[in-house]
Structures are given as C-alpha cells and as structure tokens.
Design a protein around this ligand. Structure first.
Ligand SMILES: *[C@@H]1O[C@H](CO)[C@@H](O)[C@H](O)[C@H]1NC(C)=O
Ligand SMILES: *[C@@H]1O[C@H](CO)[C@@H](O)[C@H](O)[C@H]1NC(C)=O
Ligand SMILES: *[C@@H]1O[C@H](CO)[C@@H](O)[C@H](O)[C@H]1NC(C)=O
Ligand SMILES: *[C@@H]1O[C@H](CO)[C@@H](O)[C@H](O)[C@H]1NC(C)=O
Length: 481
C-alpha cells in the first residue's frame, strides 16, 4: 500500500475533536515541579539492507551493550569515554561501518538510520534494525529516551523510550510487513518531560526538531511517540512549517511504517541555542527565528529605526507574569518608560494563543521581563531588538546567563541585565533583613531546590526602583538610536 502525503491537510485539521481535551497543563512556575504524565514505550522495527555492514562478534556486542547500558542516562565523563571507546573499537574491527546510535552527547541520544526500516508500536518496546539473512549472526539494540534533557534524572525516568534494534539473519523473517511505505524520511520524537513550560517547549523540543529536520525542507514525516494533542495544536504553526505531512501518532497506530531513512531522537546542543559548528547545514538560531517569522507571519525583521517613522516612538513591552515574580509597581514604572521616550505595551501570554503573543512581541523594540520562562518569547523579537532581563534575588547569575542572556546574543538580540537590590524584592515584607534569605542564599540553596524555588521563584515579586530602572531604560533607548 502506497502512502499518499496529505499536503495542505495539516496538524490543525488532524484529530480536531480531541484537541480540547488535553488542556490540563496550567503554567506551573518552576520546571522541576513539573511531573510528566505519560510514560510510554514502543517498538520500532527496521530492516537493515546495507551489504557493507559487517556484524560484530558476539563478545563485542555484549561488551558494547553493557557499556552502553551503564552509560545510558549517565553523563559522567567516564560514561562518555566508555561510549567513545566502544565506538572506536567497532570502527577498528569493522572498517567502514558507522555506529547507528550516538549515546555520547550530553543532552540527547539520537540514531540516524539508513536502510530498510520498520517502525511499529508494540506496547512495550522499540525500533529494530534487521540484518539481511545470512550476513549477520548477532543483533544489537539501543534504548533511546526521547527527550533532549537526558542529564535530568528526575524527568528522564518518565519519558517515552524507544528500542532501536538490529535483528540477526533468522529474525528478519519475523519482522512485520509494511502497512505504509513512506517516500520521505521519518523522525521519531516525543512531546514530553517539561513541555507545557514555554522555555522547555522551545529548548527541549521545537529547536531540536528544527535542528534535526530543517535539512529535509518539509519533506519529512513526523512520528510522535506520545499523544499530547494540545501541544501539537499549540505549536501547529511551527510544526507545519517543518513538515508538509500529517504527523503520525504512534501511540494509537497499529500500522507498520516503513522508511529508508529515519532519525530517532532529536539533535540538541544547549538551551535555546544551536551550535552552528556542529550543524551540517550551518544552522543557527537566526535561521530558527526566521522560520518562526514565516510560521507566524511576523512582519518586523528589524527594530525601530530612529527617524524613519516620524511620530512613532520605540515600543517597549513589559511581560507580565500571572502569579510569581510579578512586577508590583508597573503603574509607577510605565510613566518613567514613557518619559524616557517609549510607547509602552503590557501583555501577558495566553497559554494556547502563541500566534497572538508572537505578534505583540514582534511589534516591540524592547522586551522587559523578570527572569523566567516568559522571556523565551524573545524568539519573536526583531533582530537587534533589546531584551532587558530583570534578575530577582537568589544568585541566579548562572541560569540568567545561560538560559536567556547567551541565547539572546545567539539570536542577534541585545541583552541588558538588571539585578534587583534587596529593597526591590517583595521578600523584604516576609523575612527580616538579617534572614539567610538575604544574607546567605547559598544556605537556602543547600536546603534543596524545592525550598529555594519556593522562596525565590514562587514567593518573590519585584518592586522596581524608579530611579535605578530609569538608568537601564535610558541605556536601551540609546542603543536603539
Ligand atoms: C554513572 O557513572 C558512574 C561512574 O562510572 C557510576 O558510578 C554511577 O553508578 C553511574 N550512574 C548510573 C545512574 O548509572
Ligand atoms: C571511524 O573511522 C573514521 C575514519 O577512519 C573516523 O573519521 C571516525 O572518527 C571514526 N569514528 C569513531 C567513533 O572513532
Ligand atoms: C512486540 O512485543 C511482543 C511482546 O512483548 C514481542 O514478543 C514481539 O517480539 C514484539 N515485536 C517486535 C516486532 O519487536
Ligand atoms: C548582576 O550580578 C552579577 C553577579 O552578581 C554580575 O556579574 C553582573 O555584572 C551584574 N549585572 C549588572 C548589570 O549589574
């Protein structure tokens, strides 16, 4: 049976009735408080046709597998070395043979498979690669966790896993017959882990998906391992831009999908960043941002041009947060921003309506927000626009820099950081000034992430000092000019 791509009939039309049902995920504030609701395993079967592929000896396979098993989900240096040794041993003994799966990366496991590939849902196991009869005596298998945050042991235990398996000669005959033969490559991934938090939606799924599949220019079949219709609906603009085909929800699919090329797992480098040097197509975050502009029909590629639009002032957006790390005195700060020369917009993202907020963000030249997932919306800003990151108390330097400041530069935005003072934190209303919350944040941190998050990320709001904040606003307007 041939497979007819349904061009034009895309995600938004697919399985529409169930879209309304999944809206159970509120915007929880701290990603590690997120609990992934699904755990699913599956079977993927692939027939391996390459005649160049020699088989490893039984001993090599066993040693390799046990090393890989230990290394899996373990990002210690020892683990990485074990994998490298394993791969180079195979290299030496087997000439041209390529490893099928790469488990050596810090963030992600990924298999790039060419051959005769069968992908099936089997309730509780994997992708299988099968050697043609007679050429192989042993089989190999890999277990791939479908989430680009494999160092996070808390979450990785609960993500869907896929077994990729190469079968030996006799097993080939047992491999299932194709129900659907796909002419384009397949990419298997999951919407799992901390998704629902916009930072993780982009960092852990959308950007990795872009990195992995942009090379196919839309000619790629997505196979999603777990069913989260609300997520697909939420990001259908982006998914439609990346694939011209209806996605396949493996969880409810009893067909055998056949491919000549499949990728299991997604490439991922750093949070909200793409390592251009590692990308075969030289992709960068600037390319990703351009894809978003196209997906959401965003008009502005550049920020406010001084003097070019008479009567128009540069626009500044305060991103409001609903429940935590809120701006407490915008009524005082907005007039200051206007005095400095901005037209001020204040908006709060709606959980499902990404397109509308993308348009708002794209319409401004400066975006101001308290450190938190909402800053991820900077992906919609015009190039060279300015992100002002307000950093609350808590010694958040490292994440402020790695989650937002460096990514902002990678997208060719400009980044200004505003560290609040103790007086600008609402925690002064809750704790005495000599409390460890102010004098020794490290001791709070030592009491555990939950405690630290509760105090600094959930209970803390921000009351900006007008005069101090005026300084950073002036700096921003000078940069725009
Ligand atoms: C990770 O690797 C270290 C060093 O090899 C080992 O001691 C530890 O048990 C491993 N952890 C897991 C979860 O495999
Ligand atoms: C395998 O061999 C090729 C060519 O000899 C080399 O470029 C590659 O780095 C080797 N791979 C590993 C994992 O050692
Ligand atoms: C599917 O699962 C069953 C039961 O666990 C197993 O016997 C069978 O071999 C699996 N099929 C494939 C194709 O792996
Ligand atoms: C904010 O604080 C960090 C560390 O405490 C410091 O490195 C950085 O320079 C500060 N930034 C500004 C703009 O004050």
């Amino acid at each position: 049976m041939g497979y007819e791509p349904k061009l034009g009939k895309k995600f938004i039309q697919f399985d529409f009735r169930s879209f309304g049902l999944g809206l159970i995920v509120g915007c929880l504030l701290v990603s590690t408080t997120y609990i992934s609701l699904f755990r699913t395993d599956m079977d993927l079967v692939a027939l391996w046709k390459s005649s160049q592929r020699a088989s490893p000896t039984a001993t090599e396979t066993l040693t390799g597998l046990s090393r890989l098993g230990k290394q899996h989900g373990n990002v210690t240096r020892e683990g990485e070395t074990a994998t490298k040794n394993f791969l180079s041993t195979r290299n030496k003994s087997e000439g041209r043979r390529q490893p099928i799966c790469d488990l050596s990366q810090y963030r992600t496991d990924i298999c790039d498979i060419q051959g005769d590939i069968r992908i099936v849902w089997n309730g509780s196991s994997p992708v299988t690669l099968v050697n043609p009869p007679g050429t192989s005596r042993t089989s190999e298998s890999w277990e791939i966790k479908l989430y680009a945050r494999k160092a996070d042991r808390r979450v990785i235990r609960r993500v869907p896993k896929v077994k990729v398996k190469s079968l030996h000669g006799d097993q080939v005959e047992e491999s299932p017959h194709c129900s659907v033969t796909h002419a384009v490559p397949g990419v298997v991934f999951a919407t799992t882990g901390y998704v629902g938090n916009i930072f993780h939606d982009f960092s852990d799924v959308l950007i990795p998906l872009f990195q992995t599949t942009r090379q196919f220019k839309g000619q790629v079949q997505f196979l999603i391992a777990n069913n989260k219709p609300w997520w697909i609906r939420k990001y259908h603009h982006v998914l439609n831009e990346l694939s011209a085909y209806n996605f396949i929800n493996l969880e409810n699919d009893d067909r055998v999908h056949c491919f000549e090329h499949a990728i299991v797992g997604l490439q991922a480098d750093k949070d909200l960043m793409i390592d251009t040097a590692k990308s075969p197509e030289g992709l960068s975050m600037v390319d990703f941002v351009q894809l978003l502009r196209s997906a959401y029909s965003l008009k502005r590629a550049r920020p406010w041009p001084a003097g070019k639009e008479p009567g128009r002032r540069p626009r500044l957006l305060f991103i409001s947060r609903g429940r935590s790390r809120r701006f407490m005195n915008l009524d005082e700060i907005v007039p200051v921003a206007e005095e400095v020369g901005f037209e001020v917009v204040s908006a709060e993202p709606k959980f499902m309506d990404v397109a509308k907020f993308a348009e708002t963000v794209n319409s401004v030249d400066v975006m101001v927000g308290v450190h938190g997932a909402g800053l991820t919306n900077m992906v919609f800003l015009p190039t060279d626009a300015i992100l002002i990151q307000v950093v609350p108390l808590a010694k958040l330097d490292w994440i402020a820099e790695h989650y937002y400041a460096m990514p902002a530069l990678g997208m060719k935005l400009r980044h200004l950081q505003y560290n609040i003072t103790t007086e600008e934190s609402t925690l002064i209303q809750q704790y005495p000034r000599d409390h460890a919350v102010f004098t020794d944040p490290d001791s709070i941190r030592k009491e555990g992430w939950q405690k630290m998050a509760k105090i600094y990320l959930v209970e803390q709001n921000v009351r900006l000092d007008k005069d101090r904040f005026r300084g950073v606003l002036k700096e921003a307007i000078e940069l725009l000019n």
